[in-house]
Ligand binder design. Sequence first.
Ligand code: MG
Ligand code: MG
Length: 267
Amino acid sequence: MKKIIYKTDQQIESIRESNLMVAKAHEQVAMAMKPGVKTIDLDKIAKEYIQDNGGIPSFLDYHGFPNTLCISVNDVVVHGIPSDYEIKEGDIVSVDCGVELNGFHGDSAFTYAIGKVEQETWNLMKATRESLYKAIEVAIHGNRLGDIGFAVENHVKQRGYTVVRRMTGHGVGLELHESPTVNNYGKRGRGKKLRNGLTIAIEPMINMGVEDIYIDSDDGWTARTTDGKPSAHYELSIAVKNGKADILSTFKYIEEAIKKNDYISSP
Ligand code: MG
Ligand code: MG
C-alpha cells in the first residue's frame, strides 16, 4: 500500500477546482439525459465539455478504460462502458466522472432515476445517497477510516441492503486513485486515523439483493450484481480540513439540471 499524500490548503483548493469541473460536466450530462438517449452520447457530451474547458477526462485510458464516463445502468454496479444502449423509463443510471485539471483530480458519481422507477429501487437510491452523507459526517480529524465504513454499512444494512465489498472509495487528488482504500464497511474506531489534509472520494455502492458481483468477461470492466438486482452509487470527494469534512465536489449543478429536466430525478 502506498503512502497517503496529505495535501496543503493550496492543493485542496486545486482539487476543489477539478471537482467543480466534474460537477459541471455532470450537469451537462444530466441536461441531456432522457429516454432514448444512448449512453455513448452522454459520454461524448462530458468529454467535449471537459476538453473544451481545459481539463482531461481522468478515466479515459485509465488502465485502458475506453471512455470519459462510467455509466452503470440497473444491475451494473460500476464501471459500465458507454455504448449504444438507449436508456429507458424505469432505469436507474449511475454516472461517474473524473477530471484532471492542472495536475489535480476530482471524482464524483450520481445515480438518476429515469422517469418513474419501482418504489423499492427508489428506496435503494435514497438509502445509498443518505449513507454517503452519514459517512461524510464522521469524516473528521481524529476519527478513523473504520468510522466511515461503519457509517455506510450501518445505514444500509438496517434497510436490508448490502455493501459491495470488492469496490471501494479511495484517496484522490494528485492521482485519480491514491491511498488509502476507503471501504464502505468497517468497525468504529478501527483503521487509519483521519488527519487534516486527507483527501478522499467516498462512494457507497449498494445492492438491493446480494453483495456479490462479477466482472463482465466480454469487456473486462462492467461490474454487475450476480442476482441481477439493481445497485446504486453516489460519490463525493472531500478533504479533512480544520478538523472537519470539507466537501470538494458538489451535486448543486446536478440538482439544478434535475429541476429543469422532467425525465430525471433522485431521492
Ligand atoms: Mg468516481
Ligand atoms: Mg472514485
